[in-house]
Design a protein around this ligand. Structure first.
Ligand SMILES: [Zn+2]
Ligand SMILES: [Zn+2]
Length: 314
């Protein structure tokens, strides 16, 4: 059902590779890297499409109904850099590919012992006939995993030391979504990729889910006065809902609104704040200044220092 999307992607990637990347590699005498470069092109194409779609959706909204005036353009440029690094490398997909090969090895080993671990489709074979329902189930299960990963990011000192890079931004825009410590990104990728493999998400659907999620996540960081109404706020995370999570009073252990896509988890576990009139100032008052206004590299170094200190404290 989603094969046409995969075909389109493979065709586009092939065209870009042959038209631009391959000639460059040839000119530089780096043809031995061709296979790696082809894989990277596959990921980068998705990243470019994502950034374009996100920009076209979010930028007009931020222009029409901003929550606050932009006073620190430099802080936004840092977030743009984060976005380019994350989306053109697409960590989760890379992790999925790495984990897939790890899984193949593991499966081969398990097959020798005669044990086949269940996936959602082997547990409920009817799902094979209902790809949309299967997709929805994958989205819900993965989002549940993300809710708890986010809870733990705030719960454990060493993890919040890394996650505070995300919360330190006082000039939040749709670019802020990817503002994360590299180590935190790596943990997130393994967490998400491992859960996807565990429930048996097919690769084509995995790509689609990652694309849609990231669009929703970027939108939820946008500097826009927007909520989805009394009912909608309980169905899908809005810019209003996630802004409360980034509020100065919500940093660290006192967080509200952890959900990434579906607010139902905050509702269920008692961490929701549905006050639709509230658009707090964002930032982490306890974070060192370097995390808020330092460049990409300083934030990474400072984040790592905090992480090491937190580990020593235990
Ligand atoms: Zn958080
Ligand atoms: Zn956020």
């Amino acid at each position: 059902m989603f094969d046409w999307l995969t075909d389109l992607w493979v065709d586009a990637s092939g065209a870009v590779f042959e038209g631009a990347v391959q000639p460059l590699l040839y000119a530089a005498g780096w043809m031995q890297w061709a296979e790696r470069a082809q894989e990277w092109t596959d990921f980068a194409i998705l990243g470019v499409v994502q950034i374009l779609v996100v920009y076209l959706v979010c930028r007009p909204l931020e222009a029409v109904r901003p929550v606050e005036k932009v006073t620190d353009a430099r802080a936004i440029r840092t977030d743009v850099l984060y976005t380019l690094l994350a989306r053109l490398g697409l960590l989760p997909l890379i992790a999925f590919v790495l984990l897939s090969s790890a899984e193949r090895t593991l499966m081969g080993w398990l097959a020798d012992t005669g044990f086949v671990p269940p996936t959602l489709e082997t547990l409920f074979p009817a799902l094979r006939e209902m790809p949309l329902l299967a997709l929805l189930l994958y989205v819900v299960i993965l989002d549940f995993g993300e809710y708890w990963r986010h809870r733990f990011q705030h719960r454990f000192g060493w993890w919040y030391a890394l996650h505070s890079v995300h919360h330190a931004q006082r000039q939040m825009t749709f670019w802020t979504d990817d503002r994360n410590h590299l180590l935190d990104d790596a943990i997130a990728a393994v967490w998400f990729g491992a859960l996807a493999l565990l429930i048996g998400v097919p690769p084509a659907q995995f790509v689609l889910i990652v694309m849609l999620r990231q669009l929703a996540e970027s939108l939820s960081h946008a500097n826009v006065r927007l909520d989805y109404g009394r009912l909608g706020e309980r169905v899908l995370v809005s810019p209003r809902f996630h802004r409360i999570h980034h509020g100065e009073l919500s940093a660290g252990e006192h967080g509200r609104n952890y959900a990434v896509l579906l607010p139902v988890w905050d509702w269920l576990f008692g961490t929701a704040d549905f006050d639709r009139t509230s658009y707090p100032r964002t930032g982490d008052p306890d974070a060192p200044e370097a995390l808020a206004t330092g460049g990409w590299f300083r934030q990474q170094v400072e984040g790592f220092r905090q992480f090491a200190r937190a580990l020593r404290r235990g």
